[in-house]
Ligand binder design. Structure first.
Ligand code: GLC
Length: 557
């Protein structure tokens, strides 16, 4: 069999550290909290731990606004805590993946502070400043978090670009000094033992220097300008520079958060022969239950569209690079609330979602709490939300005259806070996450849905994940098999095969509360039941009667 790279036959566990576990009762999760829970993480069978940022940050965007790349934010602990954490991860045979935010810094970063001081400072050219045009912004580009992507600085009489929040000025990657700074930072952490990098918003590094105006969004002066800053050709040079200076020589793996990719670009980024990136994490894959780019204009899940998107990515990357598999992360509502059933079939549907994703080709990314089937928190007040994107959208919605009740539902269903509520450890106050006052309220259902309750229940979502991770490991069909989707037009069933030389898998998943039938393909009659969220199959004459939200996988040699 072809030998997989270590990061190919792996499952990644993603931590949002502020909401994982609080070791010092200040209401916020921290690095010592992660270390305290490493046995739990290792018990899942995962291979890599990725934590979202924990660097010094004013926390304007959940830590993705870094004010010092080389220091741990005191809220998360100390460098000694970091060293103990990474040692504990390695001691358990796992590896550590660091989140690197390279598109922008915090406006409180000393580089930006120096840039603001003086147009002649070398740091001024670390960022993207432009004069205004006709008394307004240099262009009508929209920020991804709402409003203009430009912020005026009166004493400089210039605007700076921020694709995200205005406290996140974009770095100027056309300045070689910036690229060198980044290389030095990546080496600094490599020296401390990190095994890989998750590269944040990394396909936005190069901006069209003319900043042309774009078509405004309905009812706005501003418009989406992704065609002018996503995946511009110069970006490959930056990837190669980082690869040649750091990733390659240090043997570090990389996963790139990317969006708006076509086939040519995706293959270029992840083609092993080109020496750029190891794997792609296509951020926009989950935009299947919303109107275009607008996550606050929800639509019911269109499974046909989701399957088409997954099939497209599987086919595109089959021989050309590696892919991350995910249904949730710190930027998404909870997968079971969104794609499954939060009620009677919560546990079963959470298991089905895992069965549906984890046999595809790629590296699964398990987001903290997903392994419990955690739901959205179901907040009862708008004051419980924390995220900048949610709060900006709320302010715009209320300014348009929309009701608070409407926005409470929208934010509960769609905001990034859905995935950021504290991890539910047990039924103690504050879900056992902290003995202090939590920075975010825990889920309303933490008393019933929590790790302690699931630990001892052999049928829990938690124990299903453990089994799933065990059975997929080292399977040639999972690693290298060709992916083929069956019934692409079926609105409820997601079915695919993975076929390798010596074995084949069939994954069958019912995304509905109704019973459905499915006739097994001949090649899978009499195949081994590798995994099932119902325990057995109801099968007669080769036809399976699927229960609501049932999912199973068959293996044949
Ligand atoms: C990525 C992160 C997200 C952050 C954004 C800007 O999409 O996952 O949390 O807000 O980049 O850094």
């Amino acid at each position: 069999m072809r030998q997989p790279k270590w990061w190919q036959d792996a499952v990644v566990y993603q931590i949002y550290p502020r909401s994982f576990y609080d070791s010092n009762a200040d209401g916020m999760g921290d690095l010592a909290g992660i270390t305290a829970k490493l046995d739990y993480i290792a018990s899942l069978g995962v291979d890599i731990v990725w934590s979202c940022p924990f660097f010094v940050s004013p926390w304007a965007d959940g830590g993705y606004d870094v004010a010092d790349y080389r220091s741990i934010d005191p809220a998360f602990g100390t460098m000694a805590d970091f060293e103990a954490m990474i040692e504990g991860i390695h001691a358990r045979g796992m590896r550590f993946m660091m989140d690197f935010v390279g598109n922008h810094t915090s406006d409180e970063h000393p580089w930006f502070q120096a840039a603001l001081q003086d147009k002649n400072s070398p740091y001024h050219d670390y960022y993207i400043f432009r004069p205004g045009k006709n008394g307004a912004e240099p262009s009508n580009w929209a920020s991804i978090f709402g409003g203009s992507a430009w912020e005026y600085v009166p004493h400089l009489d210039e605007y700076y670009l921020h694709l995200f929040a205005k406290k996140q000025p974009d770095l100027n990657w056309e300045n070689p000094a910036v690229v060198q700074e980044v290389i030095d930072i990546l080496r600094f952490w490599a020296d401390k033992g990190v095994d890989g990098y998750r590269l944040d918003a990394i396909n936005y590094l190069y901006k069209d220097p003319d900043f042309p105006d774009v078509e405004p969004m309905p009812g706005s002066r501003y418009g989406f300008a992704t065609e002018h800053y996503a995946n511009k050709p110069r970006i490959n040079d930056h990837f190669r520079a980082l690869h040649d200076a750091v990733f390659g020589p240090r043997g570090l793996t990389t996963v790139a958060e990317v969006a708006y990719l076509d086939e040519k670009v995706a293959r270029e980024y992840a083609d092993p022969a080109r020496g750029e990136l190891d794997a792609l994490y296509p951020f926009d894959l989950l935009n299947v239950d919303q109107d275009g780019y607008d996550k606050f204009s929800p639509r019911p899940l269109d499974l046909v569209q989701l399957k088409a998107a997954l099939a497209h990515w599987q086919q595109m990357m089959q021989d050309h690079g590696w892919l991350a598999l995910f249904l949730g992360n710190h930027d998404q509502p909870r997968a079971v609330s969104r794609f499954g059933d939060e009620g009677e079939f919560r546990a079963r549907s959470a298991k089905m979602l895992a069965n549906a994703m984890y046999f595809l080709r790629g590296t699964p990314y398990l987001y903290q709490g997903e392994e419990l089937g955690m739901t959205n928190p179901h907040y009862t007040s708008l004051s419980q939300f924390r995220d900048v994107e949610a709060l900006n959208a709320l302010a715009e919605g209320l300014a348009r005259g929309e009701s608070e009740a409407h926005w409470l539902k929208l934010l509960n269903d769609r905001s990034r806070d859905g995935g950021r509520a504290p991890f539910s450890w047990n039924s103690a106050p504050n879900a056992g996450f902290t003995t202090g006052k939590p920075w975010m309220d825990p889920c309303a259902n933490a008393g019933e849905i929590n790790a302690a309750a699931e630990e001892d229940d052999p049928d829990s979502v938690l124990n299903f994940y453990r089994k799933l991770i065990r059975v997929r490991k080292g399977r040639p069909a999972v690693l290298f098999g060709k992916t083929e989707f069956l019934l692409p037009e079926d609105p409820d069933l997601m079915v695919y095969t993975r076929t390798d030389e010596a074995e084949a898998l069939l994954s069958v998943n019912n995304f509905s509360s109704l019973s459905r039938t499915f006739a097994l393909p001949d090649a899978f009659l009499g195949a081994e039941l590798l995994l099932s969220n119902c325990g057995d199959l109801k099968i007669r004459d080769g036809v399976v009667t699927l229960r609501p939200w049932e999912g199973f996988t068959l293996l044949t040699h």
